[in-house]
Design a protein around this ligand. Structure first.
Ligand code: FCB
Length: 410
């Protein structure tokens, strides 16, 4: 029997975001968006998983899953409820959260911006406004000073590309703008500046704590790899998906300064050119593949393709998110098994992957889709807040405990 081991010290964790799990988050743009009817299902992010109060019990469950790391976000609107005023009680709360993770043997990866912004910040134009990076930097400095000693990894910004697109082009995130291409470009430029400045500040304030960001990699593949125009269309689509403006030029996000690459990967599309008036490229699902409840094609092996492409970046890689929306946990079990095999093969090929954070631990508030999309390894009964580990959670626990995939017959 051959045991397929992961490197010693490999990090096994889950990822969450404050607004999706905490509950009672009433001072951020997503709450206002919810009041304006922005949540397609009509669900409310309050109380979500009530994790703000139940974090100790939740971390105990993650220990049962043998996690040795955890990625979560601190909520800017709690810590800085008004511009320049920091809330000592909220900072103390996050110190408790970090201390509890440490006490339970999990290395904390702290995301500083995961889709939510304080209302005061959103009201003066949010990430599209001049001065946004400076405002974020003041928050980053305070968090580093107050919490930095307990943090194992910083993740500055979650998915700049998805955030900017959904807020300014697709309208699914606040501020709910549609077709505002200029706004999206401004947001991306500000996010890229904010990230660069945050990296420098975090290095200065918390030397030795690795800093990165979580990049969403949606794979763009040629509809027919033998056709040159399909290959070209895929390259262009991928370039637009993966880039942000740096001093006026489109640069790949993964080339931004960072100590590690954070990869969020879920799915991909086939791409072929089309008429300019229909957007130049057409994306569609590969025929024959199963899809998640979001309609995203499920092919866990694509994780290996993404990881392989990142090899050139020559930095440690953490899979900061990977998972599947499904009410049928058997689908998640199959996907997870495939994804973990892809992960193992990438490492065996020499790609420097150092950790994997599954999205997500608990079924939670999936942004505009409310509770309709279930990504969790742990089910949450919304009426009672009862938690139940799913079979996929038990599978993940077995792999994390042994730091190896189940043995194959030799
Ligand atoms: C990612 C987000 C995360 C969650 C998953 C499903 O784009 O970072 O918060 O919504 O998708």
């Amino acid at each position: 029997m051959v045991e397929r081991r992961f490197p010693d010290g490999f990090l096994w964790g889950c990822a969450t975001a404050a607004h999706q799990v905490e509950g009672n988050n009433h001072n951020c743009d997503w709450w206002e968006f919810e009041q304006r009817g922005g949540i397609l299902t009509g669900d409310s992010a309050d109380p979500a998983c009530d994790h703000y109060r139940r974090f100790r019990e939740d971390f105990a469950l993650l220990r049962q899953l043998h996690n040795n790391a955890h990625r979560f976000s601190v909520e800017w609107s709690r810590i800085e409820p008004e511009e320049g005023r920091f809330d000592a009680a909220q900072i103390a709360h996050y110190r408790e959260v970090l201390a509890e993770l440490r006490a339970q043997g999990m290395a904390p990866m702290v995301t500083l911006h995961h889709f939510t912004s304080p209302l005061w910040f959103a009201r003066r134009g949010g990430w599209a406004a001049a001065g946004a990076p400076q405002a974020f930097l003041r928050f980053v400095r305070r968090v580093a000073a107050e919490l930095g000693d307990l943090v194992a990894f910083w993740c500055t910004i979650n998915e700049p590309n998805i955030y900017a697109y959904q807020g300014w082009m697709g309208g699914e995130f606040p501020p709910g703008r549609r077709g505002d291409l200029l706004g999206m470009v401004r947001v991306l430029a500000n996010l890229s500046r904010a990230h660069e400045q945050a990296v420098a500040e975090l290095h200065r304030l918390t030397p030795g704590v690795p800093v990165g960001l979580a990049h969403h990699e949606w794979l763009m593949m040629p509809a027919d790899p033998r056709r040159r125009r399909d290959r070209l269309a895929a390259r262009v689509a991928q370039g637009l998906m993966d880039g942000w403006p740096v001093r006026g030029r489109l640069r790949p996000v993964v080339e931004a300064p960072s100590d590690y690459i954070g990869l969020n990967h879920y799915s991909g599309s086939l791409v072929t050119p089309t008429r300019p008036w229909s957007g130049f490229v057409r994306r569609f699902n590969p025929p024959g593949l199963p899809t998640s409840d979001f309609g995203w094609p499920l092919q866990p092996q694509w994780l290996r393709v993404c990881l392989d492409r990142l090899r050139a970046a020559n930095r440690p890689i953490y899979v900061t998110e990977n998972g599947v929306a499904t009410v049928d946990d058997r689908v998640r079990v199959r996907f997870l098994r495939g994804a973990l095999e892809a992960l193992w093969k990438s490492i065996a090929d020499g790609v420097p992957v150092r950790g994997y954070f599954h999205w997500t631990s608990h079924d939670n508030f999936e942004w505009a889709h409310g509770y309709s999309m279930r990504f969790g390894l742990i089910a949450v009964d919304l009426a009672t807040q009862r938690r139940t580990i799913k079979p996929s959670g038990r599978l993940y626990a077995r792999v994390a405990e042994r730091n190896a995939l189940p043995a194959l017959a030799a």
